[in-house]
Design a protein around this ligand. Sequence first.
Ligand SMILES: Cc1cc2nc3c(=O)[nH]c(=O)nc-3n(C[C@H](O)[C@H](O)[C@H](O)COP(=O)(O)OP(=O)(O)OC[C@H]3O[C@@H](n4cnc5c(N)ncnc54)[C@H](O)[C@@H]3O)c2cc1C
Length: 443
Amino acid sequence: MNNALYWFTDDLRLQDNLTLNSTLYACKNILFIYVFDQALFEPTNYSHVHLGPKRQQFIKDSLIDLAEQLQQLGYELQVFKGNSREVLNQVISQADIDIVGCHAGAGYYEQVLLRDIKSDNGDVRFIHQHNNLLFGPQQVNDQDLRGSFSKFRKKADKLVISESSEDVFADTLPLPLNLKAFNSKNYQLESTNSTDLSHFLGGERAAQNHLEEYFLKPAASIYKQTRNALDGKYNSTKFSPYLSVGNLSPRQIINHLTQYEKENGANESTYWIRFELMWRDFFHHKAMLKGAMLFKFTGSQGGRPLTSYYPQRFKSWCCGTTQYPLVNACMKELNETGFMSNRGRQIVASCLVNELQVDWRYGAAYFQQQLIDYDVASNWGNWQYIAGVGDDPRGGRHFNIEKQTQMYDQDGSFQKKWLCGSKPSFESVDMVDWPVMRAENGR
Ligand SMILES: Cc1cc2nc3c(=O)[nH]c(=O)nc-3n(C[C@H](O)[C@H](O)[C@H](O)COP(=O)(O)OP(=O)(O)OC[C@H]3O[C@@H](n4cnc5c(N)ncnc54)[C@H](O)[C@@H]3O)c2cc1C
């Protein structure tokens, strides 16, 4: 038969998509689907949902773009909302599918889902690999990952980054397969009308525009000096939202970077963009190795952090009403835009764990809900680092908020932008979340 199903997940693009290419070559007929898993809209153990409205819209925009591109090639993208395993099993059976292609992400639960679907469909051939890395799993072994990032980086510096794959849609294409009388609920895609996300409009074509635009500017040559800024469109690359849903591959970034270096010269800053993408690869490879340990309170260290769950403190952190104005400004930015700079993330994460002494997993879960660029490996991996339960030889990070304010917001403009005059609140509860009794009028 050679009927293939391509199941898009975090690889919402047509270009440089290795698994998609392999699937197209292997079949005669093809069907394209995406599933919004019902579980993503339900509360997690940490009382927030997996997928907040901002990232949901970013994904929808990406799907609209993908559907339009597929339509130009004569295909339809079917989008469903439901239980992924049930939807996949129904489609496989109703469309007589014998090949399934999909990106195999680094997340533990995503891997379990794929394993379950494979075991439900023993006679179907599965084509899957991680589509979104610089280095394939065959280039990195467990030894390279046992230990800190420095060890991994020394090896990664010598590894060859494969070229982006060629444009397979230029070749003879399989015929479109249609799904008739399908029971699962189709999902209606609506594009964003608001302008507040114009900065981060999802989609492969928006990602390519941003990539081109970034490297037309001299920003990459001064990246190392600017990357820690709390604000500013070109102070860091802003590739993360596109990478997180796979609108962009890290190889495509490296190709553009290499070209930029040929034309403008390589320096420490241009190297540093590679360096940061290596961090991303490091966390992804680590996540595949660690499995469910990525979500464990004690991480891979074994020792229990001296933190707990204080609902009031956690709530004030989420809402940006703590006694730390810089933290509040960063959290307000996150809540309004779905984005926060790397420095901001480090400061607020350190504050939650060290000043407010809240269990780091609550912070990671809140980021999961709010971030447009949420990425399971980078998010939980970075939180483990800050909380001191990752593989960091320095054992956790405590940022001095006052010093950080002096360094990164000396003139207060970032705080002014996000706080709009609101005053920081002072502790209203004690260490165990009892209300603090304040002495009034000097009594
Ligand atoms: C607590 C915490 C949670 C985080 N959660 C996420 C997340 O869910 N998704 C996410 O993509 N990044 C996460 N990061 C990493 C980092 O903050 C973002 O990748 C970065 O701020 C995105 O902005 P940018 O694209 O302009 O980055 P740039 O500074 O321009 O970096 C270029 C690219 O390198 C990668 N990168 C940079 N720093 C890191 C890092 N520390 N770890 C992994 N990759 C990195 C990203 O893909 C980024 O797009 C987190 C960091 C912290 C401290």
